[in-house]
Structure formats: structure tokens, C-alpha cells
Ligand binder design. Structure first.
Ligand SMILES: [Zn+2]
Length: 345
């Protein structure tokens, strides 16, 4: 079976779900996977012994012919974090050089012989070929396997563009073309990842059905907000007028919605600071750089009341922006209020 979706679409997540369903050893009465058995768990981690993954790789050097086996550990991590990612992002995650990936003759040989072996757990065997476009003419080595797969063996191809798939393979598959993912679905997905509703709506529109792009944009914005917050705190803590005036200038150039998101972000960081002070690490939802920033503030004497006050000031700032305040004045005022909230003993 061949599943296609546009870049950032749902083909790979769907295929992984299908693999989980096929391999589940304890299917529910209403015909779904149980999400609890060893098989389900190991498909989630992409470590199921009867689940084979083929994907584009490149030769790191000329010493040997590389196959997917050489890349399986980073690939599992990559797909677990980015099931919607395009193949180019996977290759870029491995190297900064401009490498072209492919699914090599070596890989086709290795996968054909592996698929001929008996299943390890005694059930079905599944081969997922991620980005079938990367199968060059060496892909013809797979034809026999595709035509006459061993009993209880499923071969699932994932692709974006059928024009780039070998005709010999295309004609031997059953093709399922997925619809693009709607803005509403992307928005819900972003909200489920703790991105605030307005921002999620804006990002969903910008990403045009590409979930990977939407998530990348969300991370990028967070990175920008983080830098902006760090600069602000730096100016406030050191009482540095030059730094503060450049922060004010940058903030003034930001749109209203963006500034609102920034203050919500700052609010989130101050709330998380309280967690860092009072709760074990499992309860924090912050990145490593955010953790470093917060720990730095705590070492400078930040206390719970400071966090509570600064957080409520930032919430107020977001609220005032909604009411069409004069941005420039508000930014000055909030800077001094937050400075006071943070530094008071
Ligand atoms: Zn299960």
C-alpha cells in the first residue's frame, strides 16, 4: 500500500498508526489497538522487532556502504519527535553539509533478505518505506518482495509525490491519497501542545496544511520570545538604560498580537519559576535554556512573591494591549512595574 500526503501531511503518522493496529496483540472489541500491550508500546518507540524501517540516508564516508541500520537510533528519535517532517529535514538533522539522501542498493538488498525471515514474535511483519521517492532504479530489487510478499507481511510506502516514484513500484501498489490537513485540525494540534489559541490560529493559517511547518514556526517564535525576555530581564536587573531603551524600541516595532503573545510567554516563565522553586522537575514544562535562565534568576535572589507579582503584571500588560492602550507608554510603565515586582524584597 502507498500512502501519499503533501509535505507536512499525515501519511507517516497514519502509517505508524496502522502498523500499531496490525501488530497489537490485544485489540479492543471495537476494533482498535489497545495502546497498552508490549507491541503497542514498542511500535510507539519504533523498536518493535517485526517493524522494519527504510528511509533515505547518505554515505558518511567512503569506508563502507551505509544502510538504514547505521542510522536507526537517530531516525527513531527524529520520527518520534517529528512524525510530520519531510525527508529533507531528516537529512539536515544529520549534517550541515548539503547532502543528497537516497535509499541505496545495499539497503534494498538488506531489507529484502530481512523480510524473507520469519517474524520474531510470530505475528505480522511490517516494512515501512518512508519517502519512496528516494528509491532510485535500485528499488527494482524490491519488486519481487512487493509482488509476492511472504505470508502476513505488509509493505507500507509513504510518499509526497507519486511522479517521482519508480513506475514499476507505483504500478504494484494500492494508492491512498490523503487530503491536506485542515487549518482547524492544525490549530487544535497546536493548542494541545500548550500554544495559546490566538497564536495557534495565526500559525495554522501561515502553515497551509503543513503540520511540520506549523510546529517549526511555533518553536521559532518561542525562541524569539525567549531572547526578547532574556534581554528585558537583563536590562531590568542591571538597571541598564541603554539596554532597556533598545528593548523598548524592539518591542514597539512588534505588532499588537505578537506583543500580547510575548507577555503571555513572560507570564508562563514566571509561573514556571514558581514550579522550579517548589516542585520536582517532572512538573516543569520548560526547555533547557529556560531552565538555565530561571535558575540564574533564583541565584540572584528571585522569590515566590516576586514571580507572582511579575506574572500578574505581564498578564495585565496583555490585557491592556487588548484594550488599545498607547503601546509606547504601556511598555515603559510595564518595564518599571516588572522591575519593581522582581527586585522588591
Ligand atoms: Zn496493543
Amino acid at each position: 500500500m502507498l500512502f501519499t500526503s503533501p509535505e507536512g501531511g499525515g501519511a507517516m503518522p497514519l502509517v505508524l498508526d496502522l502498523a500499531k493496529y496490525i501488530l497489537c496483540s490485544n485489540k479492543t472489541e471495537d476494533g482498535n489497538y489497545c495502546n497498552d500491550c508490549n507491541s503497542c508500546n514498542s511500535v510507539d518507540r519504533l523498536t518493535h522487532p517485526d517493524l522494519f524501517l527504510t528511509f533515505p540516508v547518505f554515505n558518511k564516508d567512503s569506508k563502507k556502504k551505509y544502510t538504514c541500520n547505521d542510522f536507526i537510533i537517530p531516525y527513531r528519535e527524529f520520527i518520534n519527535n517529528n512524525p510530520y517532517a519531510p525527508a529533507t529535514a531528516w537529512i539536515q538533522s544529520l549534517t550541515s553539509e548539503n547532502k543528497q539522501g537516497n535509499i541505496s542498493a545495499e539497503e534494498c538488498k538488506s531489507i529484502s533478505s530481512k523480510m524473507m525471515l520469519k517474524s520474531i514474535l510470530g505475528g505480522a511483519k511490517i516494512l515501512i518505506v518512508w519517502y519512496a521517492e528516494y528509491l532510485g532504479k535500485d528499488g527494482n530489487r524490491l519488486l519481487k518482495l512487493i509482488e509476492e510478499p511472504p505470508k502476513n507481511t505488509f509493505i507500507l510506502f509513504v510518499a509526497e509525490n507519486t511522479n517521482k516514484i519508480l513506475g514499476t513500484i507505483l504500478s504494484r501498489t494500492q494508492h491512498y491519497k490523503l487530503l491536506p490537513i485542515s487549518n482547524q485540525e492544525i490549530e487544535n494540534k497546536l493548542i494541545a501542545q500548550n500554544i495559546d489559541a490566538e497564536k495557534a490560529n495565526e500559525l495554522a493559517k501561515q502553515s497551509e496544511g503543513n503540520v511540520y511547518k506549523a510546529l517549526q514556526l511555533a518553536n521559532q517564535k518561542d525562541q524569539n520570545y525567549f531572547n526578547h525576555l532574556r534581554n528585558w530581564l537583563n536590562a531590568l536587573y542591571t538597571n541598564n538604560g541603554v539596554l532597556l531603551s533598545s528593548w523598548l524600541k524592539e518591542s514597539n516595532a512588534m505588532g499588537k498580537e505578537e506583543l500580547k503573545s510575548f507577555f503571555h510567554y513572560a507570564e508562563h516563565i514566571f509561573e514556571q519559576s514558581l514550579r522550579v522553586m517548589n516542585l520536582p522537575e517532572d512538573y516543569w514544562s520548560i526547555t533547557q535554556v529556560e531552565t538555565r535562565l530561571i535558575k540564574g534568576l533564583i541565584s540572584k535572589g528571585l522569590q515566590a512573591t516576586n514571580c507572582e507579582n511579575a506574572s500578574s503584571k505581564c498578564a495585565q500588560a496583555a490585557y491592556h494591549l487588548e484594550r488599545n492602550v498607547y503601546k509606547k507608554v504601556m511598555l515603559h510603565a510595564i518595564s518599571f512595574e516588572v522591575q519593581e515586582a522582581l527586585l522588591s524584597k
